[in-house]
Design a protein around this ligand. Structure first.
Ligand SMILES: Nc1ncnc2c1ncn2[C@@H]1O[C@H](COP(=O)(O)OP(=O)(O)OP(=O)(O)O)[C@@H](O)[C@H]1O
Ligand SMILES: [Mg+2]
Ligand SMILES: [Mg+2]
Length: 534
């Protein structure tokens, strides 16, 4: 469900309640401990409800545009404002987005589902109800596979799945903006009626870290599908965490629902805090109340939400103004008169049109390029990095397994340092390929290659050969030049000359490279030094 009048950064009404928890639990400091299970001990149980704003030009039941930075109340149709006599018209794009998401999450698509009214009394919900899917949702019984780092050293990839109970379509609410100085609340209906998919997960997770990893994977899936932009801080993806504790094997405990979580990191912290709080409450002989709580990122605590106290009666009823939502398996099963009609959704084409999903991308990267799984994660996690990597692979003879370090360490390092996305990278894939070709062909050393990359970064548009030429960075292969440098190094380090063990030789090689600023041909230097020290 949506939370009409949902608290947001601009909506402090839920934040006014003070921390009434009797004592504050110690923070679950070790993430490892939060996820570990010991028999007879209370462990956490977590089930997420996720509202994903559907990426669509127009709203779920009206033709108004969807936009996030438009002036307040500039994207509101009569229907969005609930003027009498207006009727909903289902937006096919929204249904298709929900169906594509459901297919990507291995759900069963209900051929027929229904819309219902769920009543709330909030200023930013002018109809007094939200249209949602309570009796039967568009899709059920799916799963999401996700991975996280685990093991003693936290260097093993652990694969897990969480079951998806259902995906339902529903309307978003408007926003209440509180002006504390004038003691006024203003309503912006731009968001009212925007399409949401609510994904309800089964309580299959046990700690914050797992929940954060699952949400991250879901974000990647939604972004790959183009069905939701998935940005949590902008409210495109809103996660409510249901948390309880129990002893493994025993029935589930009473859950609390933590709302208002706007980042994956806060989600993880809120859940671990809440698990710890419940364990400590039970330890003191207190009961866990079935209540809605909010997460205060400043204190890192969850706090009861006052206005959600008490059982709500939503007075669900069928939405009389919308027919059942019918999804057809293929074009052949669409009744003759309806083929091509607005609002008719056919599975066949949507299934074929599904893009490569993140898990499939990762498997392909490992298979085709011999990459390590952790590298495949880095490439897929960073928007555009996989495409960048593959573009470089095409243009260089460098082995993908050697190239990966350049992309995930050097390039990503520069990007992170400058806080840039891959799409804003000043060094194009072909420019990087050109640089690596110089190294591959033995024209420059790897030390110099890193230095040149730094130059190209500072001065976008400059190509590697130009930098190497202008700064005279080419590999020194001239035997007589290097003879002289080697001799100089040996003369100034008589202590290292005998015996010529490999360690000493490496030191000497290092000193020669220092003298030549990393430009000496390493093979030639080694043989010269071996010759001289033997
Ligand atoms: N004992 C439990 N511990 C933790 N999570 C639970 C437990 N029981 C149920 N859940 C989770 O709670 C969520 C229930 O969501 P659902 O939408 O069905 O109901 P709701 O929260 O009552 O309704 P609303 O949509 O109004 O918030 C699911 O994500 C489920 O996995
Ligand atoms: Mg729900
Ligand atoms: Mg809920």
């Amino acid at each position: 469900s949506v939370q009409p009048g949902k608290p947001s950064a601009t909506s402090p009404r839920h934040w006014k309640s003070s921390d009434t928890s009797p004592t504050s639990p110690t923070r679950a400091s070790s993430r490892f401990r939060a996820c570990s299970r010991r028999p007879h001990e209370l462990v956490g149980v977590v089930g997420l409800e996720i509202h994903a704003q559907i990426q669509s030009n127009t709203k779920l039941f009206s033709g108004s545009k969807v936009g996030f930075s438009a002036p307040p109340n500039s994207l509101v149709s009569f229907f969005d404002a609930s003027l009498p006599g207006t009727l909903p018209v289902l937006n096919r794009r929204c249904v298709e987005a929900a169906v594509m998401t459901a297919l990507a999450l291995n759900c069963t698509i209900n051929k027929k589902s229904f819309f219902d009214r769920k009543h709330y009394f909030y200023a930013d919900l002018p109809a007094g109800y939200q249209i949602t899917q309570q009796r039967r949702a568009v899709a059920v019984d799916g799963q999401l596979a996700y991975s996280l780092l685990g093991g003693r050293k936290r260097n093993q990839i652990q694969s897990r799945t969480v079951r998806i109970k259902q995906i339902q379509l529903e309307q978003d609410s408007g926003k209440s903006l509180h002006d504390d100085q004038r003691s006024q609340t203003l309503i912006d209906l731009n968001r009212a009626g925007v399409g949401l998919m609510e994904l309800v997960m089964e309580p299959d997770m046990s700690c914050g870290e797992q929940a954060a990893a699952a949400v991250r994977e879901l974000q990647l899936v939604l972004q790959a599908l183009g069905t939701c932009q998935g940005n949590m801080s902008e409210g495109q993806l809103r996660v409510d965490a249901n948390v309880s504790v129990h002893r493994p094997g025993e029935e589930l405990g009473v859950r609390t629902e933590v709302k208002n979580i706007n980042s994956a990191r806060f989600l993880s912290r809120a859940i671990d805090y809440e698990i710890q709080r419940q364990i400590e409450a039970l330890g003191r002989g207190e009961a866990v109340l079935n209540e809605t709580r909010t997460y205060d990122s400043k204190s890192g605590h969850t706090i009861p939400m006052r206005d959600k106290e008490g059982l709500q009666d939503y007075r669900f009823m069928p939405e009389p103004n919308l027919p059942p939502l019918v999804v057809y398996e293929d074009r052949g099963s669409v009744p003759a008169g309806l083929l091509g009609a607005e609002g008719v959704v056919v599975l066949e084409g949507l299934r074929e049109g599904l893009p490569e999903l993140p898990s499939v991308k990762r498997a392909r990267l490992v298979r085709s390029y011999g990459l390590l799984p952790e590298h495949s994660f880095t490439l897929v996690n960073e928007d555009g990095l996989m495409e960048y990597f593959e573009a470089v692979v095409k243009e260089t003879r460098k082995e993908p397994r050697k190239l990966i370090g350049w992309v995930t360490n050097e390039l990503l390092g520069h990007l992170k340092h400058h806080n840039l996305s891959v799409s804003k990278c000043p060094v194009s894939p072909s420019a990087l390929a050109e640089l690596l070709e110089l190294q591959e062909a033995g024209h420059i050393s790897s030390t110099v290659a890193k230095q040149v990359l730094g130059e190209m970064w500072r001065d976008p548009g400059r190509r590697a050969p130009e930098v190497v030429r202008e700064q005279d960075l080419g590999l020194v292969c001239d035997s007589s030049d290097l003879q002289r440098v080697c001799q100089r190094v040996l003369d100034s380090h008589p202590d290292l000359v005998r015996p010529p063990q490999s360690k000493v030789l490496n030191r000497l090689m290092g000193l020669v490279q220092k003298e030549t600023k990393g430009r000496a041909d390493p093979v030639l230097v080694r043989s010269l030094l071996e010759e001289k020290t033997s």
